[in-house]
Design a protein around this ligand. Structure first.
Ligand code: HPA
Length: 272
């Protein structure tokens, strides 16, 4: 085990946390407020857990919240570390390893993304069905085990995707599906990059999530991921993305995003 993860587990034990729920959710832009809808919350700032990322981005707090949501105990990761903050693709490594070591089995990743389909007017929700690692960085480089050769034929779990779609239907929420292309950021894309992304098969572009998927799959977690499309991607009609627009539209889409996640939690059954 990574020494930081071992220290994280020790720090959590000191706070009385010796196990975590099987279901975890990484809350991206627009979803942090989910924490306010949870009950019986135990809140631990990332700054008090070795190896957990202390976010440097406005709109992202850094807290591990263990709480009851839609009747179930869940581990909420309120805020994430991004590759673009420090050039570290392993920013979420200790958090995800700790989650798995303490009982985590399923990880739901959420983010804000740019949309490539002119029909997806922001804010729109889209389940991620596959990804393209265009940033090229990989958090598994250098890990000293053959486990690093992680198969990604089904990086995003089909059964979780089916549950997510059912949850959307039952909550009356439109949910698109698409391929997410990871750009390192922090700059947004150029129109030429977005045209290339379209040709390569992407529906969504964003600056997070993919490294977390790779780490989670390395640790054998099942992964689901959902994007909140906050803007048309650069160069599309109406597409001139900015951090301010992302934040503002994420806030507008937040209510539906939270409703979708709560419906998912209610419907989710832990596989053995
Ligand atoms: N590009 C990359 N990341 C994003 C975007 C975008 O257009 N919107 C929100 N996050």
């Amino acid at each position: 085990m990574n020494t930081q993860s071992a220290a994280a587990i020790a720090a959590l034990a000191q706070r009385g946390v010796t196990s975590l729920p099987p279901l975890g959710i990484v809350l991206g832009s627009g979803l942090g407020g989910l924490v306010d809808e949870a009950q019986d919350a135990l809140v631990i700032p990332y700054a008090e857990i070795p190896g957990f990322p202390v976010p440097s981005v406005a709109g992202h707090s850094g807290r591990l919240v263990v709480a009851t949501l839609a009747g179930k105990r869940v581990a909420l990761f309120q805020g994430r570390g991004h590759y673009y903050e420090r050039g570290d693709a392993r920013a979420m490594f200790a958090a995800i390893e700790t989650f798995q070591a303490l009982g985590g089995r399923t990880l739901v990743l959420t983010n804000a993304a740019g949309g490539l389909d002119p029909a997806w007017s922001p804010p729109t929700l889209a389940a991620i069905v596959d990804h393209i690692n265009y940033a090229g960085a990989n958090p598994l480089i250098g890990l000293p085990s053959d486990k690093r050769f992680v198969p990604l034929t089904e990086a995003y779990d089909r059964r979780l995707l089916a549950t997510m779609k059912q949850a959307a239907t039952s909550a009356g929420i439109a949910l698109r599906e698409g391929v997410y292309m990871w750009f390192s950021g922090p700059s947004f894309e150029t129109p030429a990059e977005i045209r290339a992304a379209k040709i390569l098969g992407a529906d969504l572009v964003g600056m997070s999530t993919v490294p977390e998927t790779l780490i989670a799959r390395y640790f054998g977690l099942r992964v689901a991921a959902v994007s909140l499309v906050t803007n048309f991607a650069a160069g599309l009609s109406g597409g001139d993305p900015s951090h301010e627009e992302t934040q503002a539209v994420a806030a507008r889409g937040s209510r539906q995003f939270r409703a979708l996640l709560k419906a998912f939690v209610a419907a989710h059954e832990d596989a053995p």
